[in-house]
Ligand binder design. Sequence first.
Ligand code: SAM
Length: 394
Amino acid sequence: MHPYRMHTFRRVCLAFVTEHLHKLFVRLNSTGRRPPAPLGARILTSHDDIFQHNMWDHVQWTDEDKENARKKAEENSCVQIPLNEQGKFDVEACKYWNRFYETHQGKFFKNRKWLFNEFPELLPLGHESICGHESPSRNGGSGRETETGHNQSVDPSQQLKDENIAECHHLKDAVRVENQAAVQTTSFPGQHAAFRILEVGCGVGNSVFPIVESIKERDAFLYCCDFAPHAIQLVKGHPDYDQCVCHAFVCDISEETASFPFPPQSLDVILAVFVLSSIHPERMQGVVNRLSTYLKYGGIFLFRDYGRYDLSQLRFKKGRCLSENFYTRGDGTCVYFFSKDDVHTLFSNTGLEEIQNLEDRRLQVNRGKKVAMHRVWMQSKYQKVHLKTPPCPF
Ligand SMILES: C[S@@+](CC[C@H](N)C(=O)[O-])C[C@H]1O[C@@H](n2cnc3c(N)ncnc32)[C@H](O)[C@@H]1O
């Protein structure tokens, strides 16, 4: 083989192996492993201390806890609402949620204070990452920080890293051009922003306004939608609503024909907080597929929602169950309780790559009544990586 072709072949092989080892490392590092600080540091080490805090983090369930939870869920779902009575909860979902907001206005949900601790990806820091993992600034600085330029020729592994970095930069540039081309075809709100976020099912803006506050002056733009017109009306009427950085609109994301005020492949982040759980499980995959087409390559889907056997699932009385782990509340709104596998299937089926997928298990304590309750939330991050990985040379 010609020496140049040999060299190129070796580079492609090494780049392929290194990239896949890196992806494996990121995956091992991510699945189920908790980030060092964000999810809280109140660890219950002695049962005697239980009433010293309102909430304990990273709670391990005993086999007995698991068995009790499984039994409770089995009991409350042994009677399911007849199929011929179920249709209205799906078809009229928007009516039930709209009524919810007419009743509660903006007083039901609290502002999401944990938002930036758990999802620093919402802050536009020039994060674009094409190679299937978070940039160093967002993953605790595990990446190489500076180019020293020393002794590169005598360290083959360093040379390999540099070649890979060069390769990655090359890919990044190509993808940036591709991403930019996607937004130059039409004119749309937020077109000139360098960083675009979409929040789906935003309700009355409990995440919207903290985000608006943080992206001002940062060349970023937030879109937010909900299918309940009353919720969007409340968002638009809020004193902090600012059209220069935010565009709120009514949209049913479960509709196949849902249209959005931005082109495909134009978003850096999609945020779904306690929303997908409201949608019929049979429609969820379509929703995630559709939304993902609007992510740029390198863009990320951030998800937080109810987890399997959360207190709110176990509290359901018999007769509220629609199907396995899917219930309707007294006001007609619905809720699904996710397992880790559900979440992984949902996002990986659409071609996104896992960055994080964990169960946030906590113990919520009512110190007055001296009761402790298990809370379970899912927290996940999935990224749209570029298809142009080096071809497999083997
Ligand atoms: C539990 S609330 C969460 C609201 C908000 N994300 C928050 O964290 O405060 C669920 C929200 O999802 C919205 N929603 C449910 N199904 C939807 C759909 N198909 N399209 C758009 N919004 C939807 C509801 O109207 C409601 O505002």
